[in-house]
Design a protein around this ligand. Structure first.
Ligand code: IZC
Ligand code: ZN
Length: 421
């Protein structure tokens, strides 16, 4: 039995898990404990409290860790990433600076399709090494659980390669990874003039194989004009549901297409982006309990000012998760803290709402709420210690890394900001 007690924590901040995602104004409810302690046993949280009461839990082989001067939050849950991919797209950065639109770059065979070429050309080992490096960066910024999508293979061999890299990293790396199949990220170049055939391949060939080989839990689709229209998306997602996948939709990222409405209609677990979501779509999502997974790093990186209408979502009782969208095109940064800072600055969410979004609601968005997302008895001891005097400070001092220590499953995996596993 290994036991640790983190004590003398200046302030501990955590959302409270009520068995469903925190919706609307509930997102602003954070439990704050001063001079707090956390008892960790066998990698799990056994108890929390304040003051000296932890002494009841101390026995001869308990390790005591004094955290005076530091604040603590749950490990961050980055519930939307494109972790596994080949190459980079800095060549598109200058195009973007010159006003060329994301969709124009894609229509000209670049964008996602450029990363498809790099990913197909990369070996399993190369993808593994590159993804591991990114995962280490995510961990150093405080993410202890993430989601990873495929979608840069667009054929069986290469989609499988991406998903196998994510699965292997989930087994070998401290960060937990939930996998999503996203063969419907773009139309494969081989079928650019025959979308229906590519849709058939996704539904009849790839989805059943992903399921039978247990390579992913979720199915996601890029529902956007000129990629997969609402009808294509509905068809693919309904088939995915029949096979037992939980579903997600990249919805209303660029134009208002009815993606939010579709997410509500199909009972998707989450809808992603939503920068251009309609009022009706937002209302429907609130009614159906679809999580809005907002990705302000992408809006920032696309040089846009059309941030998702988070306040309107909160007014309509929507649960919001916040994620990096880490990918080589529209958000080439693994820094979840910067995304949280953007959440305050541009989505106009409160520091408490942002914390809920990047922890508990992120865990719900990838069906990990039973193990992650809050510092509560029975969950994994995934705990982040910030070198900061209070929570506001970590949003106010943007662009730097505030992490002092990270515990994952009760083990110290980041020490003084450096990897320690
Ligand atoms: O590689 O551009 N939006 N997919 C949908 C992305 C962004 C990732 C990319
Ligand atoms: Zn994405």
């Amino acid at each position: 039995m290994s036991k640790k007690i983190l004590f003398n924590i200046k302030h501990l901040y955590t959302p409270i898990d009520k068995g469903i995602p925190a919706r609307g104004k509930e997102m602003n409810e954070i439990l704050v404990l001063d001079r707090a302690y956390i008892v960790i046993e066998n990698g799990l949280i056994k108890a929390t409290g304040t003051g000296a009461d932890y002494s009841d839990y101390v026995d001869s082989d308990t390790r005591l860790v004094d955290l005076s001067g530091y604040i603590v939050t749950p490990g961050f849950v980055d519930s939307h990433t494109h972790l596994v991919h080949g190459g980079s797209r800095e060549n598109e950065f200058s195009q973007k600076l010159n006003g060329v639109d994301y969709m124009e770059i894609l229509a000209a065979g670049g964008g996602i399709l450029s990363t498809v070429r790099s990913t197909r050309n990369a070996s399993y080992g190369e993808l593994y090494a590159k993804s591991k490096k990114s995962l280490d960066t995510m961990l150093k910024f405080g993410a202890t659980t993430i989601e990873a999508k495929s979608g840069y293979g667009l054929d069986w061999e290469n989609e499988k390669k991406q998903l196998e890299v994510a699965k292997a990293l989930n087994n070998s790396h401290p960060v937990d990874i939930a996998s999503t199949f996203m063969g419907a990220h773009a139309i494969a170049p081989e079928y650019k003039d025959d979308k229906d055939e590519y849709v058939r391949i996704i539904v009849e060939e790839m989805l059943p194989r992903v399921k039978s080989e247990n390579l992913a839990e979720f199915c996601d689709i890029f529902c956007e004009h000129g990629i997969f229209e609402v009808e294509d998306s509905r068809y693919i997602l309904e088939k995915a549901k029949e096979l037992g996948f939980k579903i997600k939709i990249h919805a209303d990222e660029i134009v208002s297409l009815g993606g939010a409405e579709l997410a509500a209609e199909t009972n998707a677990l989450s809808a992603e982006h939503l920068m251009a979501a309609s009022d009706e779509g937002i209302i429907n999502m609130g009614e159906k309990g679809v999580i809005a997974n907002l990705l302000p790093g992408t809006t920032f990186s696309l040089l846009k000012n059309t941030y998702a209408p988070a306040r309107k979502m909160i007014e309509n009782n929507v649960a919001i998760a916040l994620s990096s969208d880490y990918n080589p095109g529209s958000c080439p940064s693994e820094n979840i803290q910067f995304v949280m800072q953007l959440g305050c600055m541009y989505l106009r969410m409160t520091p408490y709402e942002v914390l809920t979004a990047a922890t508990l609601n992120g865990a719900y968005a990838i069906d990990r709420s039973h193990v992650a997302g809050s510092i509560e008895e029975g969950k994994k001891a995934d705990i982040v210690i910030h070198d900061a005097p209070n929570l506001d400070y970590i949003y106010y001092r943007f662009g730097i890394n505030h992490i002092k220590y990270v515990y994952k499953n009760g083990e110290l995996v980041v020490k003084d900001g450096q990897l320690n596993y």
